[in-house]
Structures are given as structure tokens and as C-alpha cells.
Write a protein that binds this ligand. Sequence first.
Ligand code: SOE
Length: 381
Amino acid sequence: MKELRVAMIGYGFMGRAHSNAYKRLTDFFPVSHRPVLQVACARNEEKARAFAANWGYQRVETDWRKAVTAPDVDLVDICTPNDTHAEIAIAAARAGKMIVCEKPLARTVAEAEPMVVAVEQARVPNMVWYNYRRVPAITLAKQLIDEGRIGRPFHFRSNFLQDWTISPEVPQGGAGLWRLDAAAAGSGVTGDLLAHNIDTAMYLNGPITRVVARTETFVKERMHTLTGKVEPVGIDDACAFIAEFANGSLGLFESTRYARGHKALKTFELNGADGSLKFNLEEMEYLDYFEYANTESHVRGWRRIHVTNGEHPYMNRYWVPGLVIGYEHSFLNALADFVKGVETGKPVQPDFRSALQTQKVCEAVLNSGREGRWIETGATA
Ligand code: SOE
């Protein structure tokens, strides 16, 4: 068993989700690399120490440059706010490290492009944590589409709804709240939430070629945690867009942090000539499937597949049929695929180049929201 020594940059929600995956990988997956939690890195030493002690990292660093160039590190995991992804990833690639980066790849296409160049020039394995692809029901949806069961696709519709920023008293900026600060995040729901839906959509239904969007910022000013002043809000609080896919189907996407009652309602529905698929993250162990082709009309209807059988994606690594896995396993599954990719030499998706396509769609959506017109995305497969 070889060691895979990890430097974790950042200690927030994603630092925890990824650390959990490293710790459990070899318990569940037959890979020949064992992750070692080598370095926890954060500017705040006290927080870095507390994080390292809790998760079992061997040492801490407060300077990310030292962490990404350290000789005892094989893989750099970027879990910091979006404005730091590019600099850290480029330095890690130059140091010859494998890199796994939290989504979205960067704030903008201009920032993301040199990241792709850096990992490709350095030929280092790389992945972006669009974890929802590894929810077994979503991976199963991809399998059913690839088996030709949905036929010609007509519609892809998708939501990501939350409600945690409705109060104008919620500040922007700083730990946990950088997602509301345009300078740190790049955008609001488009980069944070719709990026997931766009990644899922292009994974299942191919490239999105054109978009027209409407974005809104409901709360125009918020206290900034870092400056202590009330400052304009630069993020999109809500975004709805219409899309065209290269395969001729139409897309309809909506995301907001103002849908009272919804915490993380990520959904999609795909309608094709021969069938439809439906998914809802709040019931993530199910995939709904309507089979039209090859079914006699008197038994046609929506079928709820409980995605827990051994033949379902990833499920033979876990429990017996009928018993569910959860959100955290989507990261474990992604890590297992990444490590398998390293071992077999077959790069895992989505890599930086693939995540750049999602970035292009996000940017086209934001530009369209500003300009009120259809915009070509330039995204490819
Ligand atoms: C925001 O609340 C957030 O945590 C995103 O940043 C994640 O990517 C998403 O999966 C859940 O919501």
C-alpha cells in the first residue's frame, strides 16, 4: 500500500467533508494508495491546530506556499474561498503535486484558464469536487441515458433552492460568510449553487451552448465582517436562466437563497422521447424513472428506483440492499474515482478542463443577467 500524503488548505465545511473521505477511503474501496492526513493549513494557527487535532492531521502550516511545496506532500486539496483557488493551484502544479480543488474552479474564466494550463503543463492528476455526480442515483441516471433508455432529449430542468440569506442582518465576508462577498466568491448562487446543476446537466445531457438569464440581488447592502462597514452587495441572490444544449434540447434552471423553507433542494428532470428521469437531493437515495419505450401502455408509469442494490453505482462498496448512504459518501466516491484514475492512468472527470466548461456557462449566465440578452457559452464536451 502506497501513501498519499495530503495537504488540506482550508478548514471549513468542505475541509471537513474531504477529510472524512480521506479517512474512510481504504475502509471501503480496494485502492492501493492510503491517504495520510499530513498537513492542515490555514492562516489562523489556532484554528489550524484545532482542525488538525480534530481530524488527525500530523502537522500544521500557516503559509499555504510552504504546504504546497512541502516534500512530504503528494496531493494538495484546495478548500479555501474561491478568490484563492487560482494562485494555490498554479503553485501546487508547478511543485508537481496532484491537485483536487473545491468548486467552482475559480471566480472567472480568465482566472480558471491559467489553472488548466498549469495542471496540463505539469501533467499532474487533477479533479474538481463536483461531488453530486457521485451520488449513486445521479450516476445511475447517466448510465440509463448512456444505455439509450431516454431517447431523444427535449427538456432538462433543474433547481437549487436555499433560504439562509433572507435576513438583511446576515453580514457578508469572513469565515463562513465569504459566499456573500463578491470579491471572495466571484458570484452568488450562480457560482455556488448553479455551478453544481450545470455540471450535472452537462454530465448527463452534454454541452450548454447558449443562455439567457435574469439575476437579482434582493438585499442591496450588508455589513461587511472584515471592514465593519455597511457595503453594497455584489453577488446574485437569485438567478434563473434558459439554456440551449448542443443536442437540441432546452434547459430551464433556477437557483436562489430566498426560497423560504428550502435548505438544499437540488433537483433535475430530464424528458426524452422514450422516457424521463427525475432526482431530488432531499431524497437522494431515489431516482424516478418513467419508461415509455418497450412498455405496454397499461403498465406504464413513474417507477421509483431505490438506488441501494449491489448492481447500482458504488453501492457494492457499502451495505446490503435497501440500506442507504448519504451526502458524505459522494465525496468518498469521488475520491475513490480520483485515486483509481491515478492508479490506472485514466484521468477522472470532472478535471480542471471539464470544470472550465462549467465556469464558461456560469460566466455567460452572469453576463446575460447583466446585459439581458442571449449569450454563447463557448463550452465544449
Ligand atoms: C452553500 O450553502 C453550499 O454549501 C455550497 O457551497 C455547496 O457547494 C453545496 O453543495 C451546498 O450548499
